[in-house]
Design a protein around this ligand. Structure first.
Ligand SMILES: [Zn+2]
Length: 91
C-alpha cells in the first residue's frame, strides 16, 4: 500500500471518485471502494456473514455422527473384520 491519502480513485462499487486509501470491496467486488460503500454495503455484508457463520457454528457444533449411524459403522467394521479373517483362514 503506497497510495497517498489524497489520491483520487474510482470506487469499484458506485463508480464515484473518492479520496483516500479506500477499502477492500471484496466479496462484493474486486478492487477498492469508497468509505460510503464500505460502511453501507461491504461492512454490513461482512457483519451479516459473520453473524451467519456464528449461527452456523452454534447449530452444528458439536457435529456428531448420529447414534444409529455409529452402530451401522460399528457393524460394518465387525463384518469386514470377520470377512477378512474368514478369507485368510480359507486360503
Ligand atoms: Zn462507492
Amino acid at each position: 500500500m503506497d497510495k497517498k491519502n489524497n489520491a483520487v480513485s474510482i470506487c469499484v462499487i458506485c463508480k464515484n471518485n473518492y479520496t483516500g486509501l479506500g477499502h477492500n470491496a471484496e466479496p462484493l467486488a474486486v478492487g477498492e471502494c469508497c468509505d460510503r460503500c464500505h460502511a453501507d454495503l461491504v461492512k454490513v455484508g461482512w457483519d451479516k456473514h459473520n453473524e451467519i457463520i456464528d449461527k452456523l457454528n452454534e447449530h452444528s457444533v458439536p457435529r456428531k455422527i448420529p447414534k444409529d449411524k455409529q452402530n451401522l459403522i460399528g457393524i460394518g467394521m465387525i463384518l469386514g473384520a470377520i470377512l477378512m479373517i474368514v478369507v485368510t483362514v480359507w486360503n
